[in-house]
Design a protein. Structure first.
Length: 195
């Protein structure tokens, strides 16, 4: 078994962070290791929930059967996984207040067949990828805050689209802006304002 840890400070409340962290339907937006749901995404995480997820690490893709081993919302979740290649993983996320923000500590334990050196390297890469994922999670939560600020209807959505996209890129440069999604949101808000 080889372990690695990482942490991040996210500019949102513990509850907001945990809600996004446990919303598996949106993992594709921020979780770098996530490669899809072979059997469809689970509807919710509860202790004992099992789901299969495609993950990619060190360029190798595998389907992992995860079990929610422990869930103490909104502060802790532990996932235990078994890969088809015989590997096992345990990943724990701990959230705690850090001023007005949240600190997330992530602990990764991997056991893989083969040389221990490869397992240690995989654990470090896994933790590093989760660290990058947490940065993306922070950016998404910041974008959600901006979304709340920009919530009033935007007159002539197409005219102001470039300004909205520029604002999103400035506040969260690591995100790729989905202009189609922005357009749909602007149109939806304008329609709601007219109705």
């Amino acid at each position: 078994m080889s372990g690695a840890t990482t942490h991040a400070r996210i500019e949102a409340t513990v509850r907001a962070v945990f809600e996004r962290l446990s919303d598996v339907q949106r993992w594709d937006e921020w979780f770098a290791l996530h490669g899809g749901w072979p059997d469809g995404a689970p509807t919710a995480l509860t202790e004992g929930t099992q789901f299969r997820q495609r993950v990619t690490i060190l360029g190798a893709s595998d389907v992992v059967l995860w079990t929610v081993e422990r869930l103490d919302a909104p502060v802790h979740v532990t996932l235990a996984g078994k890969g088809s290649w015989g590997g096992r993983a345990r990943t724990s996320f701990d959230c705690r207040p850090d001023g007005a923000a949240t600190r997330i500590d992530v602990e990764v334990d991997l056991h893989a067949p083969g040389p221990g050196l490869l397992t240690r390297r995989a654990a470090r890469v896994f933790a590093n990828d989760i660290g990058h994922s947490l940065q993306r999670l922070d950016a998404l939560l910041r974008a959600d805050d901006v979304d709340a600020v920009v919530a009033p209807p935007v007159p002539d959505g197409t005219k102001h689209m470039a300004a909205i996209v520029r604002l999103g890129r400035r506040l969260a440069p690591e995100l790729q802006v989905d202009t189609d999604r922005v357009t749909r949101e602007v149109d939806k808000r304008n329609e709601a304002h007219r109705g």
